[in-house]
Design a protein around this ligand. Structure first.
Ligand SMILES: [Zn+2]
Length: 249
């Protein structure tokens, strides 16, 4: 056996392999998205029974193979067990993991993304904070991290910085009153615009520190919903489950 390395990360997904093993996809601060094999993870007496699961956040001691890693030890910092206690909240959590998996790349330092994911999962565990709002904040910040975010600070048609009144997904940003009247888009009032701008630019520790009116939240949902629909070419399994459970009795 060669030398082991230490990586810090969050488990994005866990798949059973063979009779007793698991394959994890982990977002790590140091090396981005990696694949980790955990031998014996499904044996009842394995030290990995609790650790080799989605949401687990901690330090992984790994043997580095040719195309994947083998787990030697996982020191768990947070299991996020609260997320599993409520199915509605769990769906949001799984959606964030899928979103991170969609954007994450291998062999790239991903500290900011790990921090955003961790902070967003933490926000889901706080009952005072609406999951619907946490979702839209997490989505917009992921887009900001990956440079695919809309222009929220000037009219994408004429460049004006004042009186921005409409959001246009197709044009990737805000429109002023004049251009909005011609081109259309989703009406965005001043407080909704301020909220979008705040989410895009606030320091991470301030990101989940505010509440909004239902009115503003509905605008955020329309803006982010249309934008994500247009620019993300993946169906997220957790969102489909969420919608199925809503349309049920
Ligand atoms: Zn304009």
């Amino acid at each position: 056996m060669g030398q082991t390395i230490l990586l810090n990360g969050i488990v994005l997904s866990a798949m059973p392999i063979g009779d007793y093993d698991k394959r994890l996809v982990v977002l790590t601060r140091e090396r981005g998205k990696i694949t980790v094999f955990v031998r014996g993870a499904r044996r009842p007496n394995s030290s990995f029974v609790a650790a080799a699961n989605p949401f687990v956040c901690g330090e992984l001691e790994l043997f580095e193979g040719k195309s994947a890693y083998n787990a030697c030890k996982i020191s768990v910092k947070n299991y996020f067990r609260e997320l599993a206690e409520d199915i509605g909240t769990a769906y949001y959590g799984f959606y964030f993991l899928e979103l991170a998996d969609y954007y994450a790349v291998e062999n790239i330092e991903s500290k900011d993304m790990c921090n955003l994911l961790y902070t967003s999962l933490r926000a889901l565990t706080k009952p005072a904070f609406l999951n619907r709002l946490v979702r839209r904040i997490c989505e917009l910040r992921m887009l900001v991290l990956f440079g695919e975010y809309p222009n929220l600070f000037e009219c994408v048609s004429c460049g004006k910085k004042e009186a921005l009144t409409h959001f246009h997904a197709g044009r990737r940003g805000m429109l002023c009153a004049g251009c909005g009247a011609l081109i259309g888009g989703i009406p965005v009032n001043a407080s909704a615009l301020y909220t979008l701008q705040f989410i895009a630019t606030a320091p991470l520790e301030k990101l989940y520190s505010f509440q909004v009116s239902e009115d503003v939240l509905v605008t955020l949902e329309r803006v982010m919903g249309e934008y994500m629909e247009r620019y993300i070419d993946r169906k997220f399994h957790a969102l489909e489950l969420m919608e199925m459970s809503w349309s049920g009795p």
